[in-house]
Ligand binder design. Structure first.
Ligand code: UGA
Length: 436
C-alpha cells in the first residue's frame, strides 16, 4: 500500500517507519526542511531505541522516503495519516491547539485525486475528524475521501515494540470502505491475532483520552496510597503486588514516583477536562488525579528537604536522571523540571547527570546546575543523592563506592529502585516513596 504521513515528530516518525517495516511504501512529510534533510542523511531528531536502525533499513530497502512537498506524496497515497503536534494551547486553558491539524487538512485537500482516507493519528478532541472532513470538502468539493481516527498508544522508549505488538488497534470509521483500507494497513498485526476495535470516529477519539486519563488516575492513586503507607509505616511495593495480582486491577502502572510527566498524560488529562466541560459534564476523578500529581512533586521537594536536615542552604545534591522516564531524551513535564528549580531557589547546589537527556534538560532547567559525565561524578562530595529517573545504569550502582565519595550517605530513591533494608545495612540514610 502507499501511505503518506504528515508530521515527522515522535508519533509520525515511529508510525511511518513501522508501516514501512510492515511492507507498505511510506512517504513522511514535514514542513521543517532542516529536519527532512537530516532524516535523508539518516539523522534521527529524537532518541528512541531501535528507531535509527529501522529507519535506515527501510530507507535502504526503498520503502521509506522523506520530503517537504505534498505534490507527489498525496495524490498517490491510499491513506494519509495526520500526525502533527497538538500542544496545549498557548492560552493556557488546557485546550489542545489544533492549528497544525487544520492547516494540514487544508493543504492535503488540494492534492487529493482518487479515493483516499485521511486518518487522524494525533491525539485530538472529539469532533476534530469531522472538522477535518468539513475543511477538506470546503477546500476541494470534488474530493473523494473519508476521514477516520486511529489513536496511538505508544510509550516513549518502547514505541517500536508497542507498535509491533500492541494490545489492540482502535479504528474509528464511518464507512465500510475506509474500514477496509485501515484493516489492510494493519493486516500484518491482524494476521498475528491483534484485536482490532472498530468503532465510531467520536468513540475512537474519546478512547485515547480515556486510556491516558485512566493511567494517570492509576498513577495518582498509587502515589496517594504511597503517602498513606509512609504515614502508617506500611510498604507500598508489597501493597502494589497485593492489589496488582487481582486481574481486575492489574499490576502495571502501580509504581509510585515523583509524579507522572511527559508529553501525554499532563496534556491529555487537561484536554479531557475541557472536552467534558464543553459538554456540561465533569470528570472529577481525573481532576483529582491532576491535583494529586502536582501535590506529589511538592511532596518530593519536602521529602528532599527533610532528608537534608530541614534546609537546602549550602547543601550539594546529586541528581541521577532528569528525563520524565528512562530511554528517552524527552524533558517535557519532567518532574525534575519542577523539583530542581525549587531546590535551587532554596539554596541547594545541584550536580546532575542523565544518560541521554542533558542537552534537552538545559532548555528546561534554570542556569546554575552543574552537568557531569556520570552518576559517580554527581555523587562526589554530595550531601544527598536523588534517584530521579530509573535508567538501567542507575539500577546497579556501586553503592560502596558512592557511600565513600559522598559527603553524607543520604540516598533519596524517588523510583524505589533499591531495597531499603539493604541500603540501611550499607550505612545509607535511605528513603523511597511509600516505604521506609
Ligand atoms: C503514555 C501512554 O503510556 C501511552 O500508551 C500513550 O500512547 C502515550 O502516553 C501517548 O499518549 O502518546 P508515555 O508518556 O510515553 O506513554 O510514557 P509512560 O510510560 O506511560 O509514562 C508516563 C509517566 O508516568 C512517566 O513520567 C512515568 O515515570 C510515570 N509512571 C508510569 C509512573 O510514575 N508510575 C507508573 O507506574 C507508570
Amino acid at each position: 500500500m502507499k501511505i503518506t504521513m504528515i508530521g515527522t515528530g515522535y508519533v509520525g516518525l515511529v508510525t511511518g517507519t513501522c508501516f514501512a517495516e510492515f511492507g507498505h511504501h511510506v512517504t513522511c512529510i514535514d514542513k521543517i526542511e532542516d529536519k527532512i534533510s537530516r532524516l535523508k542523511e539518516g539523522k534521527i531528531p529524537i532518541y528512541e531505541p531501535g528507531l535509527d536502525t529501522l529507519v535506515a533499513k527501510n530507507v535502504g530497502e526503498g520503502r521509506l522516503k522523506f520530503t517537504t512537498s505534498l505534490d507527489d506524496a498525496i495524490p498517490e497515497a491510499e491513506a494519509v495519516f495526520i500526525a502533527v503536534g497538538t500542544p496545549s494551547s498557548r492560552r493556557g486553558d488546557g485546550y489542545a491547539d489544533l492549528t497544525y491539524i487544520y492547516a494540514a487538512a487544508k493543504e492535503i485537500a488540494h492534492y487529493l485525486q482518487d479515493y483516499t482516507i485521511i486518518v487522524d493519528k494525533s491525539t485530538v478532541p472529539v469532533g476534530t475528524a469531522r472538522q477535518v472532513a468539513r475543511i477538506i470538502s470546503e477546500e476541494n468539493p470534488k474530493a473523494d475521501f473519508d476521514v477516520a481516527s486511529n489513536p496511538e498508544f505508544l510509550r516513549e522508549g518502547a514505541a517500536i515494540s508497542d507498535f509491533m505488538r500492541p494490545d489492540r488497534v482502535v479504528i474509528g470509521v464511518e464507512s465500510e470502505r475506509s474500514e477496509q483500507v485501515l484493516r489492510e494497513v494493519y493486516k500484518p498485526l491482524f494476521l498475528r491475532d491483534t484485536p482490532i476495535v472498530s468503532t465510531s470516529i467520536e468513540t475512537a477519539e474519546l478512547t485515547k483520552y480515556a486510556a491516558n486519563a485512566f493511567l494517570a488516575v492509576k498513577i495518582s492513586f498509587i502515589n496517594e496510597i504511597a503517602a498513606v503507607c509512609e504515614a502508617i509505616g506500611a510498604d507500598v511495593s508489597a501493597l502494589a503486588k497485593g492489589i496488582g495480582m487481582d486481574g481486575r486491577i492489574g499490576n502495571k502502572f502501580l509504581h509510585p514516583g515523583p509524579g507522572y510527566g511527559g508529553s501525554c498524560f499532563p496534556k491529555d488529562t487537561l484536554a479531557l477536562m475541557r472536552i467534558v466541560q464543553e459538554h456540561g459534564e465533569s470528570v472529577r476523578i481525573v481532576e483529582a488525579a491532576v491535583e494529586v500529581n502536582a501535590a506529589q512533586k511538592a511532596r518530593m521537594v519536602k521529602k528532599i528537604r527533610d532528608m537534608l536536615g530541614g534546609s537546602e542552604v549550602g547543601k550539594t545534591v546529586a541528581v541521577l536522571g532528569l528525563t520524565f522516564k528512562p530511554e528517552t531524551d524527552d524533558m517535557r513535564e519532567a518532574p525534575a523540571a519542577t523539583i530542581l528549580p525549587a531546590l535551587l531557589e532554596k539554596g541547594a547546589r545541584i550536580k546532575a547527570h542523565d544518560p541521554k537527556g542533558m542537552e534537552e534538560a538545559k532548555k528546561y532547567l534554570p542556569d546554575g546546575i552543574e552537568y557531569v559525565e556520570n552518576g559517580y561524578q554527581a555523587c562526589d562530595g554530595a550531601d544527598a543523592v536523588i534517584l530521579m529517573t530509573e535508567w538501567n545504569q542507575y539500577r546497579a550502582l556501586d553503592l560502596e563506592k558512592i557511600k565513600k565519595i559522598m559527603k553524607e550517605p543520604v540516598f533519596i530513591d524517588l523510583r524505589n529502585v533499591y531495597d531499603p533494608a539493604t541500603m540501611k545495612k550499607l550505612g545509607f540514610r535511605y528513603t523511597g516513596v511509600g516505604r521506609k
